[in-house]
Design a protein. Sequence first.
Length: 279
Amino acid sequence: MIEIKTDVGIFTVEPHLKENIDKNAISIALVSHLSPDMTINAINSFKKYSDIPIEIFVVDNFSDDETVKRLKEIDDINLILNKGDFRSILNGHKDSVLNGVGVDIASRFIESKYMFVCHNDVIAYKKGWLNYLVSKLDDNVRGAAFCKDNGRILAMHVSGYLLDLELYKELGPNWYPAWENGSMYLDVGDHYTQALRDANYDYFICPNTHNNPKLLSGLDDVLIEKHNIFADKALSDSGEILYLHLGRGILKSAGRYSKPGRTNYDTWVKFGLEKLSSE
């Protein structure tokens, strides 16, 4: 067990790290909480569709024993268990803060130059999904995201973006949301976008249906149509679907979020399993 001091408290973590971690790979930091089927689909999609070396770091926040058991059974990942009393959006804790804790903890164990940070309700959808973001980086562009937030500061959205972790550590990392007069003006991961702007760096946002719903009319995917998937879709320059983000996945897994026309948890998991078993 290791104690980690963060901006919001001290957390006791139990790391299960691989013996030989590739520090030259792109490190993927995924934060999970309950919902193991969704997390496993995300991990397997990263493994299947990545064509460059990756290291996967999963930080699990306070999940139950059955979820932890299933996560421990996954091969070739670095699992970090955030232990302690059960804290969850299901019993009043802010999901943004807990997500920030998870990303913060992951970043303490990652030694690679680049880190891809994401939610657990995502699926990499096509070979080359991550290399696409890497290809957009240069001396001036130091971040690349699958979409941006439509509110607050229009930041790269933490559901899936690539950052220069070495640079961010120099600029002064902050993974936590910020409030002013009771309103959130920065969400988890937004600080990196602001730090890049302040240091006169740029970042890339790929074409996506969250920021530009008109792109939906040009999409044709049999599997997505079969399951009637309502999710944000990130596209390549040629219009191919690279990456999907469900949204509200953990709440949906607990039956705490439902809107007409939106994809539910079970459908998302079945869709992911069928995608991963194809091709």
